[in-house]
Design a protein around this ligand. Sequence first.
Ligand code: ATP
Length: 623
Amino acid sequence: MNTSVKNPALSAATSGGLLTRRHLTLAAIALLAGVWGWLPEFTVVVMSYIGLYALVAVGLAMLTGVGGMTSFGQAAFVGMGAYATAWSCTSPWAASTIGAVVGTGLLPWVGLLLGLALTFALAWMLGAVTVKLQGHYLPLCTIAWGLSLYYLFGNMEFLGGQTGITGVPALVIAGWSLASPRALGIVIWAVLLIALWLLHNLLDSREGRAVRALKNGRLMAESMGVDTARYRIKLFVLAALMAAISGWLYAHMQRFVNPTPFNLNIGIEYLFMAVVGGAGHLWGAVLGAALITLLKEKLQDILPGLLGSSGNFEVIVFGLLMLLVLQRFAEGLWPALERLGQRFLRADAAPAPRGMAALARRVLPARGTVLLQSSSVTKRFGGLVANNSVSMNVKAGEIHALIGPNGAGKSTFFNMISGVDDPTEGEVRLMDKPMRELPARDFASLGLGRTFQHVRLLGQRSVIENVALGAHLRAKRGWVASMLRLDRGEEAALLAEARHQIERCGLGAHADTPAASLALGQQRVVEIARALASQPAVLLLDEPAAGLRHLEKRALAELLSQLRAEGLGILVVEHDMEFVMNLADRITVLEFGTVIAEGKPAEVQANPRVLDAYLGGAEEVTP
Ligand SMILES: Nc1ncnc2c1ncn2[C@@H]1O[C@H](COP(=O)(O)OP(=O)(O)OP(=O)(O)O)[C@@H](O)[C@H]1O
């Protein structure tokens, strides 16, 4: 089981060797299981704490490293899980009402359900409010609610105030008491390993690709049909639930709870664990949890002796070590270990696909149908009119080019017709549907595929994974199915479709290389393949020929001609006049936001206003 967030750049560099990462992981688990019964009691307790902390840190790795949302407040969710079970198991009211129905032996499980339900509700609510925030506002908010919950725990009379709740019973599973740390530790590590497996599966799926795009590619993901706000909230809730499960186990290990372990300091420590290990790597979070726990343990022993007085000196050393580690290993320690491992380990063989599910297919409208229409679209930025009453359309089976000098308003218009921004006045219709105030993902679901002027790919992911994201809306398996590997047929179909589009665009040899390692022109072609994977009816291409060499441009022109023949409607924004004039059926020319000419290439070329707009540069417009 390789639960790191795979880096294809590294995978590609994998050398030979007898063992794979999966072998190594299984061997480590087998070793741990084999020696568990013989480990000293103290080691078992420390290992159990590492497992508990790792559960929270792994959730944070998903949230922060993969999803790009920093949270300082996870300790509060641990507290929710811990307090929910402590209260359920010790409250006389719970015993006499719930306990009377389910039996007091099941109260810890009622506590687990209560903790998960409360955490789910609270995290969803907090997530809905906070994950919309940008930049440093989100971390600040997590500090705010982390503090609020901490003080809430300490001030609630029925939760025992600062003293907390004592007398939490040991867990009993099928008559097997987990009173000893050795027995509970097995459950803790089993829960952690299952969580790692589920999350690994999630990341290796259609849903995982969408999750990965949250950090640096939200606009792009929205244009591929991903509801990024919803995914962010789901990720936030997932991390919170993992923290709550950790809290539940913690309460039954400690057998009492008080507010101290759920304060902001501990929230920051969880973040340390995720970041030091390598925030984008699930196993990195486990490594971080182990390092910080062991270090804290040692420092608490050593520092008072060294300094001659007691105090929380370990926090100072932590801070300094954190600085040093991140100076040397900006991405955390796990990627460095992984690089080392590449020398000795073989890449895991991809499992053979077991049957392919069918992907959704779109019936393309008849040739000549107006697919996309803008009517008198005006866009103002304050006093500046970037688009002035622009009307144009894109028809099925036609290539329409939009040209104009720099600053003419092409990108602004492109944003209007792709759902990134709304016109100040006028209307955009897609498939005859008014699109005002609809998000980009609704444009995608109606059949609009697009590329970006400034390439937006997930650089560290392989070309095939980038392209498969384009087909997001053609499959439907969700998070749970992905975690349980029930999506394999669909996933195989998505990857096959992505490979087909990559080959069609002439990049077959690069399918498994990281997108960032391709030349810029090729990256633009990857974007076209990604758009095609959505099986669009309308294709909007923003400067597709920029950065391509002569032969590559010719291949691109052939591909676009072929797509036109298949009945797609294509809009190209392009500066390369030769490319445009030889390819387009119709051309619209913008200048200062206003349409100054529209017609066939020959008509546009002969138009004096167009020649003027290009600074009298007749040769610029002439192919
Ligand atoms: N968000 C914005 N706020 C204010 N002004 C903007 C904004 N976006 C674009 N503009 C202005 O609108 C005008 C049109 O810009 P736009 O980027 O659409 O032109 P363009 O034709 O795409 O140019 P280029 O070919 O250089 O990409 C420019 O004057 C630009 O400065």
